[in-house]
Design a protein around this ligand. Structure first.
Ligand SMILES: O=C(O)CCC(=O)C(=O)O
Ligand SMILES: [Fe+2]
Length: 446
């Protein structure tokens, strides 16, 4: 296809295989779905993520074929009837009652979603049962939610779009954001020591007074939710391997602003580099209600089905709701905020949605301790998702492949973590359980 830029595929492995010239579309075929979506988005700027995903699924994951179809003027609509986006359920059981063997426990149930379909969830019990998240509606007293929203509306004009590298292109995130840390001392080290997508973040701000007040409430609620989930029916009191047993203490946050229906964030997992394995995140939504999409990216262990045969789940996020992304989330699922067809303006925020993602940065994952790559930059922590033989294992890799203007190196080392997610240099380290030791081949497919 002519529209594709010809490029040499960058290999992150040390295999000495000839590198052949290929189109961007061909090069993408072995990549993850979100990567393919990002390529389609860069080629079809006028199409929503939802339409792109629909086409990609309709053409069995082929970027070339999906892109050809998207280019045809006669096919401006989705290749199939899009799933209904409106309407409320009181709970999923009133919408589709599973048969007794299609159960009800997360982890033992059959997938509720089907390839190319979106299942919309509104009730907290459904969100909890069918996703790695839990949600608390009307989380803050109304006056406190409004005070925080007003404060963030004053901050929002200083937010910026994030840029990242996609092959030869520099792409901008379709919404704005800013990073906040609690202490002044942390603010200085963040600017000079912490690396995101290969570079320092020049604009780090100090957590505002209302954000800090709310942070204490979020901390208590998230710790309660973690306990409830660990002791609930699905995990029988056993935390996940690598999940920290310590109290969750937020000390930093990314604050996102979506101004209008079209602003969005594409499918991604949050970076684990400073949070560690099996991270938990508390995400507070204010202003316009939007849809949070989640999609499982590793197959259900029980039925062995491919993750790509499952559809996506949309969680409705109204003003003043706290969504907890639990420890299963970042390694096994991806999440997105989809562009909307229409939005209901909010009395204080107008067309804006503000979102605070409270995070717990671990002291022992400060870049002064973590492995450095050959470029001399602290590495990024990633978890293998696609390759079955090494799935679920952690590795430290060079950042620079994601940095505009930088090529990056092939540096890669398996991460060592104990059962509580601590690295060897952390106090109380109990010994490595991140089964490693396969040769470092084909590490480009995570
Ligand atoms: O806006 C949201 O709800 C999600 C934001 C998000 O995914 C992020 O900050 O990583
Ligand atoms: Fe995220």
């Amino acid at each position: 296809m002519e529209v594709f830029v010809s490029r040499k595929r960058q290999r992150l492995s040390s295999e000495a295989e000839p590198v052949k010239e290929q189109t961007l579309g061909e090069a993408a075929e072995g990549e993850s779905t979100d990567f393919k979506l990002a390529i389609l988005a860069s080629l079809h700027l006028d199409r929503s993520q939802e339409i792109l995903l629909d086409y990609l699924l309709a053409y069995d994951g082929s970027v070339e074929r999906a892109s050809s179809a998207l280019a045809l003027p006669a096919m401006m609509d989705s290749p199939r009837k899009p799933p209904a986006a409106n309407g409320y359920q009181s709970s999923l059981s009133s919408f589709a009652r599973p048969s007794s063997d299609e159960a009800v426990k997360v982890g033992t149930k059959k997938a509720l979603t089907k390839k190319g379909k979106t299942l919309h969830l509104y009730a907290p019990e459904d969100v909890e049962a069918h996703t790695p998240c839990s949600i608390i509606h009307n989380f803050l007293p109304q006056a406190e939610a409004d005070a925080l929203l007003k404060e963030l509306l004053v901050e929002a004009p200083r937010f910026r779009k994030e840029t990242f590298q996609l092959f030869d292109k520099t792409v901008e995130s379709p919404h704005t954001m800013r990073f906040y840390v609690d202490s002044l001392e942390e603010l200085q080290t963040q600017k000079t020591a912490y690396v995101y997508n290969g570079s320092y973040v020049p604009d780090v701000a100090q957590t505002t007074p209302e954000m800090l007040k709310v942070s204490a409430r979020v901390r208590d609620a998230v710790n309660d939710e973690i306990q409830r989930r660990v002791h609930g029916s699905t995990s029988d009191g056993v935390k996940l391997k690598f999940q920290s047993p310590d109290e969750w203490k937020p000390n930093a946050s990314f604050v996102n602003c979506y101004d209008g229906a079209r602003e969005s964030v594409g499918y991604h997992s949050d970076q684990l580099t400073y949070l560690g394995p099996r991270a938990v995140i508390g995400s507070l939504s204010l202003g316009v209600a939007r849809e949070f999409r989640v999609r499982k990216i590793v197959p259900q262990a029980q039925d062995g089905s491919s993750a790509d045969t499952q559809g996506q789940i949309a969680i409705h996020l109204p003003h003043n709701s706290l969504l907890v992304m639990h420890a299963e989330m970042q390694e096994e699922w991806k999440h997105a905020v989809a562009p909307a067809q229409t939005i209901d303006p909010h009395p204080l925020a107008g067309n804006k949605r503000l979102n605070v993602t409270y995070r717990c940065y671990k002291e022992y994952l400060h870049p002064k301790y973590t492995p450095k790559c050959k470029c001399g930059v602290p590495t990024v922590l990633r978890c293998v998702q696609k390759r079955a033989a090494t799935r679920g294992r952690y590795m430290w890799m060079c950042h620079s492949g994601y940095t505009p203007g930088q090529k990056g190196c092939t540096y890669f080392v398996w991460g060592e973590f104990d059962e509580d997610g601590k690295p060897p240099w952390a106090e109380g380290y109990k010994g490595n359980v991140n089964t490693p030791a396969l040769p470092a081949e084909g590490m480009s497919e995570t």
